[in-house]
Ligand binder design. Structure first.
Ligand code: NAP
Length: 299
């Protein structure tokens, strides 16, 4: 339970509603900043304008998945006015308050570090990344189906990278009956791909492996699908790039060759906002309970 802990939310999208629901259910005191246009009213949550005064007794400040932009603006689909978090806001947080965000870009990171506010980047956590790989893969499969005229079953599929997303992607394609090749660079990953019953190749040999591929799913956040690699692919190859922006594909060259190459960021929030919200809500409620226990013990 989160009884006695004051949790404040600043902006967000549909995913944040699941987190708010969970905090209310666990008996936290909940304050909402930047939810002016939210129609469904949460009993047990108070909407307030964002002021330093209102932040003073907050134990946990929850930001949206993307945190803030590089000037401190926070996205909120529930508010028409801009919301900006400035240094004075972080300075007004009490000692022991923890900021939770999906990711912290440089502006947010420097504010938090300057003000010595502890923070957690939820998307950096292994458990969240593994759970999130489920809606990501479902979104990638949806895009593959929408953008090809062949079945995934029986197709030549390639996955680049065997991290949290790559492993789930490779497994799902295999289960659907695709012939799956996975490119990785570490001997451990090559061994794991082999153990999974898939065809492994070293990324250095990517060029030699693309001549008959129907779909490529990239999860490596570095330029790996270069013009030189694209030049070896059939023109009909579909590239779905799941890596964070700007992806790992030379999109300019792919377009020049008349190929379909799609950068697909933020799939969990697009294809399954409720599930994506529940993933965050479950992890966050555990972290808040642990924070509450630790602070209770150190009093
Ligand atoms: P991860 O677990 O860190 O996996 C990344 C993979 O890329 C690992 O196999 C890693 O290999 C490989 N890699 C990294 N840098 C490399 C390089 N320079 N050369 C070769 N291989 C390299 O990350 P993840 O959680 O799977 O996420 C993968 C990407 O998808 C990230 O950019 C993430 O932000 C993004 N993502 C997108 C969505 C979406 O909706 N599209 C959803 C979730 C995540 P090593 O282990 O050998 O370094």
């Amino acid at each position: 339970m989160l009884t006695g802990i004051h949790v404040a939310f600043v902006g967000g999208d549909a995913r944040q509603l699941e987190v708010i629901k969970k905090c209310i259910q666990l008996d936290a005191t909940v304050t909402l900043f930047g939810f002016d246009n939210l129609e469904s009213s949460f009993t047990g949550a108070t909407k307030k304008p964002l002021t330093c005064e209102a932040l003073k007794d907050v134990n946990a400040l929850i930001l949206p998945i993307v945190g803030t932009d590089d000037r401190g603006f926070v996205e909120s689909i529930f508010c028409s006015k801009p919301i900006q978090l400035e240094e004075e806001h972080f300075a007004s947080l009490r000692k022991g308050c923890v900021v939770y965000t999906g990711i912290a870009k440089p502006y947010l990171k420097s504010m938090l570090t300057n003000q010595r506010v502890p923070f957690v980047e939820l998307l950096e956590r292994d458990d969240v990344a593994i759970y999130n790989s489920i809606p990501t893969v479902e979104g990638a499969l949806m895009m593959a189906i929408q953008n090809t005229d062949i079945t995934i079953h029986g197709s030549e599929c390639m996955v680049l990278g065997l991290g949290r997303v790559g492993m789930s992607m490779a497994r799902a394609l295999h289960a659907l009956g695709a012939r799956v090749r996975v490119g990785a660079r570490s001997p451990e990953h090559i061994a794991r791909i082999h153990e999974m019953g898939l065809t492994a190749f070293h990324l250095q040999d990517l060029k030699q492996n693309v001549s008959n591929v129907d779909m490529i799913f990239n999860t490596i956040p570095h330029l790996v699908i270069t013009a030189e690699i694209i030049a070896q692919m059939p023109q009909s190859t579909l590239i779905i790039d799941l890596a964070s922006k700007p992806g790992g594909t030379d999109f300019r060259y792919a377009e020049r060759r008349g190929m379909k190459a799609l950068l697909a960021p933020g799939l969990p929030g697009i294809v399954a906002p409720k599930t994506a919200g529940q993933i965050i809500a479950n992890t966050l409620s555990r972290l808040l309970a642990a924070q509450n226990n630790n602070q209770g013990e150190s009093k």
